[in-house]
Design a protein around this ligand. Structure first.
Ligand code: 6PG
Length: 254
């Protein structure tokens, strides 16, 4: 199921997103005692994280049952202002007093990007109890984690997580977590792969601001160009896809 919801402004967008987060978590926790979420980085989700940690929302779920992962990360130290972990920790995890054992971050102190990615993949496989067998092969969801929720943003170039246009990670169909060389950033970014994201039960895109409007029109309503607009490749196989957008970002949509 794919749903596009347009909010009148950033405040309403965050409220809708927080309510959706909580309802997905409450649904999941009716059936099991763990709720797994991969957080988005960048600047957009910061105010959503603050809202989730506020008195209005913090008491609506038992956060001890929530397990936090990260859809992508920059290859920087966890105290670096560029760190997605740092942003989420300051605005959500610390305020909610999430225990460290419920937080699975990319261990960027391991230096080599490929090692960080391998380490993160192992941590995810262990948490989700994924066996090597049957051997991982494209489309074999037995070898993929199934997150209850993956939060995503979208760059004005159409990237999501750290799946940037015309980069090698766009073609990865077996691995869970990779280091993705991004020429225009002159850096390797760390990211979950499309098979993982599309194996989630729920995916929420949170997009706001006029600077995203043209790209959003391309991604949602124009020709499919997966290398140019990686966000177009997000199509959960069995899960729900929610595009939560503010009016500014939606202004060019028909
Ligand atoms: C990151 C994010 C990335 C982000 C987009 C949008 O590490 O930067 O995961 O995919 O969601 O770049 O970023 P803004 O929210 O800052 O516009």
């Amino acid at each position: 199921m794919k749903k596009v919801i347009i909010a009148k402004d950033a405040d309403e967008l965050n409220k809708i997103a927080a309510e959706k987060f909580i309802s997905i978590a409450q649904n999941a926790l009716e059936k099991k005692d763990k709720f797994t979420v991969a957080l988005a980085g960048g600047s957009t989700p910061k105010s959503l994280y603050n809202l989730l940690a506020s008195d209005e929302f913090r008491s609506q779920i038992d956060w001890r049952k929530v397990f936090f992962f990260f859809g992508d990360e920059r290859n920087v130290s966890l105290n670096d202002e560029e760190s997605n972990f740092r942003m989420a920790n300051e605005n959500l995890l610390k305020p909610l007093q999430i225990p460290p054992e419920n937080i699975f971050r990319w261990q960027t102190e391991l230096e080599a990007a490929n090692k960080i990615a391998e380490n993160y993949e192992e941590a995810i496989k262990e948490f989700f109890d994924l066996r090597e067998n049957p051997p991982a092969r494209a489309g074999n969801s037995d070898c993929l984690p199934c997150f209850d929720l993956i939060l995503l943003g979208m760059g004005d170039d159409g990237h999501t997580a750290s799946l940037f246009p015309f980069t090698e990670a766009l073609n990865e169909r077996l691995k869970i977590a990779v280091a993705n060389p991004v020429e225009k950033l002159n850096a390797k970014r760390l990211t979950l792969t499309f098979p993982v994201i599309n194996n989630a039960r729920n995916v929420i895109f949170l997009v706001k601001g006029a600077d995203k409007a043209e790209t959003l029109r391309e991604v949602l309503q124009q020709e499919i160009q997966p290398n140019k607009f990686p966000a177009q490749t997000i199509k959960p196989t069995n899960g729900n896809l929610f595009w939560l957008i503010d009016k500014e970002a939606a202004q060019l949509l028909e």
